[in-house]
Design a protein around this ligand. Structure first.
Ligand SMILES: C[S@@+](CC[C@H](N)C(=O)[O-])C[C@H]1O[C@@H](n2cnc3c(N)ncnc32)[C@H](O)[C@@H]1O
Length: 299
């Protein structure tokens, strides 16, 4: 087997990193299967170099020099669970931002504003950000719901849950602290209302919003074990895009089961095509992919 460890180049006396050898087809296929089985992510051939780079970085950190040895460590090593948690964080795309899909958040706002006032006054509104990454989407939902309650002159009777497979992302989300750079494209009124300057170029979410949002570690492949039921708004964007079509449908079916009658499910544009989830009615919108769960008497 080729020597692959970080190495001292003796010829010119400068430290250099020797690259890991290219991953062969059998190894790639083994990693593809493992990742898809455990996370749902289907890694295409075009993502092979992404996999090699990220595995390579992690392997260097722990001093491992072969893909096979690392694979064995992940599936059966003494620290397999801990190492898997680290790796999954490195291999998932966590890009996100506050108010990312403005049309979708406007739809949420319209949905809340047109609900019977009496219901909003009596029953807490529950929202869920599925695949919430570092929390921006969940906090945005809370801000939108708060704006609605204020506009309706109602008490802020709502809660938002954010869930993600990445534990480090969830820890970051819980902190409620973000780089000030993340606010550059946010409307000034919302910025002043919901963020406070914190230490060293960071901002924190105001307590009135943080108190209404909680975060939990959850793999969408394990939705059957999720304790969420009767949710009014489920927001799941930029997650299903990494999954195969049959799996997207399975997950959407599971999410629909967690919706309250009359509840709203919002996905990302183009994330579900050529299929109509049973029991749901499409919201007529050109820019947002969303459904309402039919009431039992509408079935
Ligand atoms: C691109 S981010 C999307 C964040 C946010 N929803 C948005 O649209 O801005 C995708 C997130 O899905 C999470 N993810 C990937 N596979 C997952 C799984 N099987 N279960 C739960 N979350 C998963 C990733 O960790 C990542 O944080």
């Amino acid at each position: 087997m080729a020597e692959t460890r970080d190495d001292l180049s003796t010829a010119d006396g400068i430290w250099s990193l020797r690259r890991l050898p290219e991953m062969d087809e059998a190894q790639f296929s083994q990693w593809q299967t493992l990742l898809e089985h455990r996370t749902g992510m289907a890694l295409t051939e075009s993502r092979k170099s992404f996999l090699e780079t990220n595995l390579g970085i992690r392997m260097r950190e722990i001093g491992c020099n072969s893909y096979q040895a690392y694979y064995e460590q992940i599936v059966s090593g003494p620290d397999a669970i801990v190492e898997w948690a680290t790796l999954v964080d490195r291999l998932t795309v966590q890009e996100t931002r506050f108010f990312r899909d403005e049309d979708a958040f406007r739809l949420v706002s319209d949905y809340v504003m047109t609900r019977p006032r009496e219901t909003l006054r009596k029953r807490p509104l529950e929202a869920w950000s599925v695949g919430c990454s570092t929390g921006e989407e969940a906090y945005t939902l809370a801000m939108i719901l708060n704006q609605c309650m204020e506009a309706l002159a109602l008490k802020p009777l709502f809660g938002v849950t954010g869930s993600d497979i990445s534990k480090p992302a969830i820890t970051k989300a819980r902190s409620g602290l973000f780089s000030a750079r993340k606010l550059t494209s946010i409307d000034k009124t919302m910025k002043n209302r919901y963020f406070r300057p914190a230490q060293r170029n960071t901002v924190e979410i105001v307590a009135s919003i943080r108190d209404r949002v909680c975060f939990t570690h959850l793999n969408v492949l394990d939705l059957k074990h999720a304790p969420m039921h009767g949710v009014n708004i489920i927001f799941c964007q930029n997650l299903l895009i990494y999954f195969r079509r049959w799996r997207r449908r399975e997950i959407v079916k599971r999410l629909a089961e967690r919706l309250a009658p009359g509840g709203l499910l919002v996905l990302g544009q183009g994330e579900l095509t050529d299929w109509h989830p049973p029991g749901l009615q499409r919201v007529p919108s050109e820019h947002v992919l969303a459904w309402i769960k039919r009431q039992p008497d509408e079935e």
